[in-house]
Write a protein that binds this ligand. Sequence first.
Ligand SMILES: C[S@@+](CC[C@H](N)C(=O)[O-])C[C@H]1O[C@@H](n2cnc3c(N)ncnc32)[C@H](O)[C@@H]1O
Length: 213
Amino acid sequence: MDEDWRQRWQEGRIGFHREAVHPALERHWPCLGVGEGTKVLVPLCGKSLDMRWLAARGHPVLGIELAEPAIEQFMAEGEGEVSRYHQSRFTVSRQGKVELWCGDFFHFHVNEAADLGAFYDRAALIALPEAKRQRYAFHLAQLLPPGARGLLVSLTRAPGDTGGPPFDVTADEVIERFSPNFEVTHLEDGERQPDSGFQESVWQLVRRGPGRS
Ligand SMILES: C[S@@+](CC[C@H](N)C(=O)[O-])C[C@H]1O[C@@H](n2cnc3c(N)ncnc32)[C@H](O)[C@@H]1O
């Protein structure tokens, strides 16, 4: 699976990438109550412009992405000097308020997450096959302190369509996977797309106590 993602980036098969900031982020982030200056984790970040939007609102952003081309492109398309350093199994590239960690999200350790206070998941959970989604929800919870808030943009496919990625993740599954560690609130459902049959759903998650273990 990891190799598939790297290959997609090599070949430019990145239909998931949006050329504009996601409207759900613009609509809902301001209502989440995430404090100014709070550092935002963006798992499986690609080269999403949503990270620039978060940075422009004053948030330091920490994105994690497997594919080096995604990070190279993000930096090349941005402005400002890029610095790089190595941290455990990752190469970290930093430009302005955005730092992108190149490597596997599941290798990102809680010790490296000390200053995180919020997260943003658009097309991260739904990029993972079922077997990895439970692990994802648990790992995310381990990285965030109690009270940390985030936005999740999930997706369902047309009834009977079992393809992916993006994978079909129902509302029941979102609740089941996250509610042990998060307060989960459904915010909205988008329109089902007539061509793809995809329908996005947007969720607010708040990390419950007692905290990281
Ligand atoms: C569907 S894309 C979404 C990217 C981004 N969130 C966006 O909205 O454009 C999923 C991304 O996750 C990356 N990815 C997949 N598995 C990963 C993992 N285990 N760790 C880090 N990145 C991963 C892929 O390379 C791909 O760029």
